[in-house]
Write a protein that binds this ligand. Structure first.
Ligand code: GTP
Ligand code: MG
Length: 339
């Protein structure tokens, strides 16, 4: 390496829980080609779950960490408290096996019982160690349990940020739905991870490690307090998107020499990097490309989840109980059998 070349950036993707494994595996295949180009950070995908149910043959056992209790059956069966204790005890071991990188992306679904606990536990430990961290969370409101788990997952990140670690958490939120299917969401996440690897490649002119650190840890350079905020990757920062994003807190922008990185509104802080040559064709991006941390998205998501839960509660309160099949007139033996 000569004096002018910076060491290539390294990104680790922690894929937690069953959905996390499914999606992380797709990201891994997609990123394979990018890993050969030093315009992207070197990506390493690792997998953590309480169960082997979502493993595939192409996942290297060395990249997998199974969190289990002796004697217990595998999985959490959508119940978040089920493995909380075991997960908390193993977080340090997980980070011992999979060491933090320049950027740590922690991916899980919010609806299940395992990934939705493993991911915030890892994030909390990463923040305690001052590691640069980004969260990707896939929510779901198609059942009461999924909605409740997703809401509690978001509340966990909020508490980690504001109370436990007093460090910002920047989260990309996507929600499985009829309008955005699992396949579409998985593609979007492949794209998001690739775009983050481009940002952390250490090959963008005028953008160095401290810039990226302060972009994520915005309380150092802005008037905002540590909180849970959303991260949106966006090419066109027009009025429509500005309305949805809320207050812009901190922005990283990748652009090319002949494309003006200026924003349509004033923000507290913006870090700009200049790409050498064109944007990678596969990503289909237009310069300038913005990585926006803002405060408007997640409160809306949480309110929608609360609404779904409230509606379902009202429905269950109004429900008349079905007629019982047996009555106190029926005589049953000690073991319950009616003869
Ligand atoms: N987008 C997407 N969502 C998925 C995928 N697999 C599962 N999900 C969603 O994940 C939620 C269920 O959570 P899982 O990630 O399977 O649960 P887990 O973390 O393994 O936890 P337990 O199975 O309860 O121990 C539901 O909302 C599913 O729709 C996937 O491949 N892609
Ligand atoms: Mg599972």
């Amino acid at each position: 390496m000569d004096m002018q070349e910076r060491p290539r950036g390294k990104v680790r993707l922690f894929s937690c829980g069953g959905g996390g494994i499914n999606i992380g595996n797709k990201v891994d295949s997609y990123a394979n080609a990018n890993n050969n180009s030093d315009r992207f950070a070197q990506l390493d995908v690792v997998y953590i779950d309480t169960s082997r149910a979502n493993l595939r043959s192409d996942i290297d056992p060395e990249s997998f960490f199974l969190v289990t209790r002796p004697g217990a059956v595998e999985g959490s069966g959508q119940e978040r408290p089920e493995n909380f204790g075991t997960i908390s005890e193993r977080v340090r071991d997980i980070l011992q096996k999979f060491k933090p990188a320049d950027l740590n992306i922690v991916l899980s679904t919010g609806g299940g019982g395992s990934g939705s606990v493993i991911a915030p536990s890892i994030v909390s430990e990463l923040l305690a160690r001052d590691c640069s961290t980004i969260v990707i969370c896939v929510g779901d409101d198609s059942t009461r349990k999924f909605a409740q788990n997703t809401l509690n997952t978001l509340k966990s990140y909020d508490r980690v940020a504001t109370v436990a670690r007093e460090q910002p958490i920047n989260l990309v939120y996507l929600q499985n739905s009829a309008e955005m299917t699992r396949t579409q969401i998985d593609k979007r996440i492949q794209h998001v991870v690739a775009a983050l690897c481009m940002l952390f490649s250490a090959r963008n002119r005028e953008l160095d490690a401290k810039d990226l650190e302060h972009w994520l840890r915005y309380p150092k350079v802005t008037k905002y307090k540590p909180a849970l905020a959303s991260l949106t990757l966006i090419g066109d920062l027009g009025q429509a998107s500005l309305d949805e994003l809320g207050n812009l807190i901190s922005i990283a922008t990748l652009t090319q020499a002949d494309h003006d990185p200026a924003l349509p509104v004033r923000t507290e802080v913006q870090y700009v990097g200049y790409l050498e040559g064109a944007l990678p064709e596969k990503l289909n991006l237009k310069a300038p490309y913005h990585y926006v941390i803002s405060d408007g998205v997640l409160p809306h998501v949480a309110a929608q989840l609360e609404l779904v839960l409230q509606e379902m509660q009202e429905q269950s309160d109004a429900r008349t109980p079905a007629h019982a099949i047996s009555s106190s007139w029926d005589v049953s033996a000690n073991n319950g059998v009616v003869v």
